[in-house]
Design a protein. Structure first.
Length: 63
């Protein structure tokens, strides 16, 4: 299975963010890459999530 939107794992890895949870570092896709993938997939569940993701991006941009 490949990420939607023409994204590949190399690109996702190059933009990843790291989150530290207890004693473990977890690599995650960037919020912008998640948004791009969900926009490209355009499934009902992705459309439902978009307002929350965009609001989070706007909030983080103000930090």
């Amino acid at each position: 299975m490949r990420p939607a939107g023409g994204l590949d794992y190399g690109r996702l890895a190059s933009h990843q963010v790291e989150v530290h949870l207890h004693d473990v570092t977890v690599p995650l896709a960037s919020l912008d890459d998640i948004i791009a993938s969900k926009e490209a997939a355009d499934r009902p569940k992705d459309r439902h999530a978009m307002p929350v993701l965009r609001a989070l991006r706007a909030r983080l941009g103000d930090s």
